[in-house]
Design a protein around this ligand. Structure first.
Ligand SMILES: NC(=O)c1ncn([C@@H]2O[C@H](COP(=O)(O)O)[C@@H](O)[C@H]2O)c1NC=O
Length: 524
């Protein structure tokens, strides 16, 4: 059989939870003389529209029982779905058993994830684990040489088209089978993940890592290329994850690229680390060129972030945590920018930004972090809980003053800002800040001394009088000494080096304020 050869549809089995489009589908099937076999309420809904239906009980001679737990789980159903009618032996056995084969299965499953999401009880969730549906879908998908399987009302138009053209081709049945197996795999992953959380014994304390964890990812955009033009790439969406950048709406500009997504995600996360204040981040290659907050306006926050390193901000990605105003839009339009991400845009701002054809304008759902993050290593996946902000060491009230005077309110605000911003910087991270804005950032170096040098050189004159944050402890006094020589007046860092005394002594000798947080924020 060639992949184009069409197989007529004479007999269909329909058993659907989601009844969208069911009446129209039944009418189409009836018009083409297709016999319909169906279950409980699906059959009822078809019947009331006047289409004749054979109830599955008539076929099996067995009543739907146990509150619907057993409806289609019967050899007369499954033999009809699994018979390979290309084989004489299968045809002979069907005749002997008086079983008619099916040409089409239409089935979609109990809404398990929706039931879990509704906060239903464990028993209710368990009741919504579909058994008969996946069994039928698997059977028909396996037997796609003979049966077409459709698992979504969105695909009913394919059935109508197939009926018009003499049935589904083998190529079409193969594609439908692939989709059907993906659907039931996704369903089972959701059930397995839920069971791992709810049914496996919980530990007395701490985070329980399940023995198995599955990911069901669905292709979103196919991207023009990956990190480099010779790499192919696509964006996949996790429908059960909290919506984030992957589901942003693009209001204007060119197609998003792979690198755009990486940088936009970094920018989007960064601005969500600041609450109750306007925050802006300018990102390049997943590192900040500038981060700033402002109680005045979002345009002010962005102006301050941009001023940190205007050269690097060229071609950067900008994220803000409040509505893009016309004032901010005009400001951004002056700078060559690849992407803007925001939770809202004023209508005038949309006009200004979308007039720039190369600027991608993203309206993103609020960043709600996943509890765990994954990173691929060869042969596996590393999984960790997210580096949330809010640990004891992130609260300035818990910082230990290692040397120097207690910070004034103003100085403490800058230290807190610097500590909040340092998480966005890839280690070794050194961030100099003044007046709620980064003024020099050192990152991505394989030693802390070079990161200090980088931060100081980027800050220039602004280093004098700035505060500094370091994502992890200073292993020696050398890096800190560079910051002190540049005129930094206060430093916040985790502490915990075996040479802390040496580091503290250097700060003391310079007469600056040094706080130890007791916790670190590496980002590799
Ligand atoms: N148990 C069974 O034999 C069975 N067979 C089909 N179902 C499901 O029952 C639903 C349709 O039932 P109804 O036609 O009664 O609304 C479909 O979502 C289908 O996937 C079953 N239900 C759950 O497992």
């Amino acid at each position: 059989m060639t992949t184009d050869e069409r197989k007529p549809i004479r007999r269909a089995l329909i058993s659907v939870w989601d009844k969208t489009g069911l009446e129209a589908l039944a009418a189409t099937l009836r018009r083409h003389g297709v016999e319909i076999v169906s279950t409980g309420s699906t059959a009822h809904q078809i019947e009331v529209t006047g289409s004749p239906v054979t109830r599955v009980e008539e076929l099996t001679g067995f009543p739907e029982t146990l509150d619907g737990r057993v409806k289609t789980l019967h050899p007369r159903v499954h033999a009809g779905l699994l018979a390979d009618v290309r084989l004489d032996t299968h045809r002979a056995q069907l005749t002997e058993l008086d079983i008619e084969p099916f040409d089409l299965l239409v089935s979609n499953l109990y809404p398990f994830t929706e039931t879990v999401a509704s906060g239903a009880s464990m028993d209710e969730c368990i009741e919504k684990i579909d058994i008969g549906g996946p069994a039928m879908v698997r059977a028909a998908a396996k037997n796609h040489a003979n049966v077409a399987v459709v698992t979504s009302p969105a695909d009913y138009h394919l059935i109508a088209a197939a009926l018009e053209s003499g049935g589904f081709s083998l190529g079409e049945r193969r594609a439908l089978a692939a989709r059907a197996f993906a659907d039931i795999a996704d369903y089972d992953v959701a059930v397995a993940n839920w069971c791992a959380q709810e049914l496996a014994p919980a530990p007395a304390e701490g985070f329980a890592w399940p023995e198995y964890t599955g990911l069901g990812l669905w292709r979103g955009n196919v991207l023009r290329y990956g990190e480099n033009p010779h790499q192919a790439a696509a964006l996949y969406i996790d429908p059960v994850a909290a919506p984030g950048l992957a589901r942003a709406q693009q209001l204007g500009g060119k197609e998003m690229s792979y690198n755009n997504y990486i940088d936009a995600d970094a920018a989007w996360r960064t601005v969500h680390d600041f609450e109750g204040v306007h925050a802006a981040a300018v990102i390049k290659h997943a590192n900040p060129c500038g981060i700033a907050i402002s109680s005045v306006s979002i345009a002010d926050a962005h102006a301050k972030a941009h001023a940190c390193d205007p050269m690097s901000a060229y071609g950067g990605i900008i994220a803000v945590n409040s509505e893009v105003t016309a004032e901010l839009a005009k400001q951004i339009a002056e700078i060559f920018t690849e992407v803007v991400v925001a939770p809202a845009y004023a209508p005038e701002a949309v006009e200004i930004l979308t007039a720039k054809k190369n600027l991608r304008v993203l309206l993103a759902p609020a960043f709600r972090p996943n509890r765990v993050e994954l990173r691929q290593v060869s042969g596996g996946m590393l999984v960790q809980t997210r580096d949330d902000f809010g640990a004891e060491g992130d609260d300035a009230a818990n910082w230990r003053l290692a040397t120097g005077e207690l910070a004034s309110e103003e100085l403490l605000r800058d230290l807190e800002f610097a500590w909040g911003a340092i998480r966005a910087v890839k280690s070794n991270a050194i961030l100099l800040a003044k007046d709620g804005a980064s003024v020099g950032i050192g990152m991505g170096q394989v030693n802390r001394v070079d990161s200090c040098r980088l931060a100081i050189s980027r800050a220039g004159d602004r280093a004098a009088g700035a505060v500094a944050a370091s994502d992890a402890y200073f292993p020696f006094a050398d890096g800190l000494q560079l910051l002190l020589d540049a005129g930094v007046t206060a430093v916040v860092q985790p502490g915990g080096s075996i040479r802390d005394e040496e580091v503290i002594a250097a700060a003391k000798a310079a007469g600056i304020t040094l706080y130890l947080t007791g916790s670190r924020h590496f980002a590799h």
